[in-house]
Design a protein around this ligand. Sequence first.
Ligand code: MD3
Ligand code: FE
Length: 207
Amino acid sequence: MLELPTTLPEGFRYFPGYFDASDQRAMVALLRDVVKQAPLYQPVMPRTGTPFSVQMTNCGSLGWVSDRTGYRYQREHPTTGAPWPPMPEIMLKLWEDVAECLAPPEACLVNFYGEGAKMGLHQDRDESTFEAPVVSVSLGDTALFRVGQTTRGGKTQSITLTSGDVIVFGGAARLCYHGISKVMWGSSPLLSAGGRLNLTLRRVTPF
Ligand code: MD3
Ligand code: FE
């Protein structure tokens, strides 16, 4: 594990290249199966209905959704009404390895970045507990990840996330502002049609 000079709160961990090329291909195959059962859809912002540029789906017992009425976790896919597919074993194993959390993850949000997609600075605070970390896996095209402090307008730094990288936000870093400022389209051969997938493993309810 590499220690970067960082101005971030305690609880941030970076594991560059955690998954090798063969693991990454296996994960893409598992995710192709997930999206067959729970298709990617385009969420919209609460109230305004402005579409996200990122497409989403989930696996696990709960999934994060956004629509005109708000952000929440729910048991069903918003368009098919079906339960989310189970979380693949490799993701549960990753959590056990890096999360330092006694309880298993309940949700895995899958974000797909097509050409031009990005995600503005935000906090993840729709969970009923912030005791557990959020564990993120990057697959496919390289992205510029921006992370700040726990208050808006704090000092930010950029980290280049490449395919196979894992980052963990626990402790005081759990409520840091963060976003994806850009994706270098075509930088990775992993996804045949291009783009970037990000998986975030989350605990939603207290344990
Ligand atoms: C820091 N996803 O799904 S992953 C998200 O790459 C999200 O798709 C981005 O932000 C992506 O909410 C960034 C890194 C990440 C994820 C969750 C965090 C960083 C985090 C939660 C708290 C603090
Ligand atoms: Fe987030």
